[in-house]
Design a binder for this molecule. Structure first.
Ligand SMILES: [Zn+2]
Length: 191
């Protein structure tokens, strides 16, 4: 039944979408630990290896929404096909509480929005932290994400998020092995 594990019902419509997952691979870069990864990425950069490519190393994408491969002339990157079970097992999301307490609840535009939804306290921030992480993982493993900026630090994703009945995008940095780190709590409405 392995084949059917990859067929996921997309959340926003009734289309059945075949999600084929890959792990981006650049040789010589470990997925972890982070400190070794940084050293080796800088080491390879000395020999002309692209920092964008080595930032993508280890990241999981569905083949229908992935960065261009090859990224450039003489790109060493490969896509390794992986099973959905691996993505589901490894995917984790992290969201700093300060994204709310020191940004969304403070920044003049964002503050209005979050306050209008009834969120302003530290308890609300903890609730949102849990809710954002839960929703980000659930959407990401369905392949419900959009590619945003890609640079030496990595690939940002816009992920559909719902609070109350309002759908919008939150912004995330994609890290190796399906790890998501919240970059922005509100990245625009879903049109
Ligand atoms: Zn490359």
């Amino acid at each position: 039944m392995a084949i059917f594990n990859n067929i996921i019902l997309a959340a926003d419509d009734d289309n059945i979408i075949y999600n084929e997952w890959i792990e981006w691979n650049h040789f010589g870069i470990p997925n972890k630990p982070e400190w070794l990864r940084i050293i080796l990425r800088n080491f390879y950069a000395l020999f002309g290896h692209c920092l964008i490519c080595t930032a993508l190393d280890g990241c999981y994408f569905v083949t229908r929404i992935m960065p261009e491969l090859p990224q450039h002339k003489n790109c060493h990157c490969k896509k390794l096909y992986i099973g959905f079970e691996k993505v589901k097992h490894n995917a984790k999301a992290a969201c700093d509480i300060e994204k709310f307490t020191k940004y969304a609840f403070i920044d003049s535009n964002k503050k209005k929005l979050f306050n209008s939804w009834g969120y302003s306290s530290v308890e609300d921030a903890f609730y949102l932290q849990r809710e954002y992480c839960k929703q980000a993982i659930s959407q990401y493993v369905k392949g419900n994400y959009k590619l945003k900026n890609l640079d030496n630090r990595g690939q940002r994703l816009a992920i559909p998020t719902c609070l109350g009945s309002k759908w919008f995008y939150s912004g995330w940095m994609l890290c190796p092995e399906g790890k998501l780190k919240n970059a922005t709590p509100f990245g625009g409405w879903i049109k």
